[in-house]
Design a protein around this ligand. Sequence first.
Ligand code: PRX
Length: 658
Amino acid sequence: MATTQSKSSESANITVLLEEKQVYKPSPAFAKSAHVKSFSALQSLRRQALKSPEKFWDKAARDLDWIKPWKKTLEWKPPFAKWFVGGKLNLSANCLDRHLDGPRRNKAALIWEGEPGEVRTLTYLQLHYEVCRFANALKHLGVRSGERVCIYMPMVPEAAIAMLACARIGAVHSVVFGGFSAESLRDRIHDAQAKIVVTADGGWRRGAVVKLKDAVDEALKDCKSVEHVVVLKRTGQEIGWTQGRDHWWNEAVAGQSAVCPPEPLDSEHPLFILYTSGSTGKPKGVLHTTGGYLVQAALTTKWVFDLREDDTFWCTADVGWVTGHTYVVYGPLANGATSLMYEGGPLHPTPDRFWSMIARHRVSVFYTAPTAIRTFMRLGPEYPKRHDLTSLRLLGTVGEPINPEAWRWYRTVIGGQRCPIVDTWWQTETGGILITPLPGATPTKPGSATLPFPGIDADVVDKQGKPVPPGSGGFLVIRKPWPGMLRTIHGDPERYKSQYFSQIPGIYFTGDGARKDKDGYFWVLGRIDDVLNVAGHRLSTMEIESALVSHPSVAESAVVARPDEMLGQAVVAFVTLQKSASPSPELKEELRGHVAKMIGPIAKPAEIRFTDSLPKTRSGKIMRRLLREVAAGQGVRGDVTTLEDFAVLAKLQQSEDE
Ligand code: PRX
């Protein structure tokens, strides 16, 4: 059955063309041993939790180790929430120390595979040892509770070790994705006023070295807050060195004691800042705190991925994104699970790398992005067919809507028709999964993230905050606070208020459009703000526009998305040049390279189109809808460098858009 969803997204004016009708029920065999065993059990949990969310989360929090119990489950002074008020805990102790007394002490906590093929396993005991020593090294370098540590690392165990070490001593980590440029890194270090940067000489990606230390050196030319840089030796190439400031990781930990008592931290102690794109040019430092975040991470990992003691869980996200924070590191480790971590490209050295890894490590739960699934689908079933994938029992997706065709391919070719699929909706801001099936309980419909997790009050509403009828498009909102929610935007509480709680006063505004069907299932349609979702990565149109405008040849630019079969969305940039510049294919390439330099290769426009003016309303607003239509209608037009003239089109559209 062919299905399409279409969105027209200037407002909540979302139209949905066809509806996916097929329903997949959990198999009785899976349901029998699942944490939540039936739809009726789930619905009853959801009903109770909706009536009294605090009671639900209070119970969930009791699964963790608290140094001091909390006095109040929730203090909600809209839009500011505090969870488990008065409680004290340590997140690294919850992820490590509490597993050391029983049979988990010698269980693999992290299994890591480097892109060149080496494998390292760290048991809970070994990971604890490394974390304690690195925590002491950080203290030795002068890091105190509450201070910020920037982590700019490849996907290596030391990235997780650094995160857990920060959590152990109460330092706040800000992980910056290794694919971001020196400029992006500089902005993030500067905004967080980080005192230390933890990095590596480089990391492996598609057979090449990503030169992380070079980028750090570049970024630090302008960052006065940074006192020390810790450098892990990974790729071994020559790097620059600033005596006194730079320290090799192995030297920094040499001689450090493996005894580092976990700091008792307030439940609301800041845990991390993670920068994400919003609808303005400046990335937002989303701030998460300790207790609530951990409760959300731990419970969602346990229920959504239905974790069992003998699972090998592989979430393919990089720790530079929130998915890597919650479902590579904190969620799995809080549950005493085995988490697989992979450094490199999914198709390297051959397109069957992932399937070979699943077979070799006997992965049982696999969590990846729709864009990856679509890529594998295009490459054909022969690659997964080369490997034994029978260890898999559950599949997950995250990051963007999954088209039903890819969903079914995933189920059939990867899951052998036996693995349930959990399509999980959430955001950097939500800390953990909010809308999702539970695999032993929820009948799934391809393309739908199904129902809110217990304790989550999600809805689809119009501009006034009124629920829209089933089948109609609207804004996806969360009515009540939840433990894993962001607490603020670092250094900018006003932006926190206006971004998330002002469109519909007092209610969390996700920035996504969605609809509910007659069964109450949620169908997320994508962003309704100026945020793009390219291959599951969040980018801001404004950020790319300002990168383009910072080039001396560019006068003005407007960036929009066009649908892309592989990436979900592709970046199309309309560019007006300075009088002194003339359009040429070389300039297009230069501009693409400029965006990569300013933000990172993920933000490179797929297409640049020169225009002598941008279509604007009489009040001067760029008519993005028109540009989106133009971008979508034409597809990639080769390298035509002629100028486009929007004047006529703009006049035609003007009355409609004003
Ligand atoms: O538009 C939604 C989309 O990704 C956005 C959040 O991006 P980010 O903060 O980078 O976090 C990504 C990983 C949690 C959302 O606003 N999104 C995420 N998951 C889904 C999704 N869209 C549809 N279905 C999903 N399962």
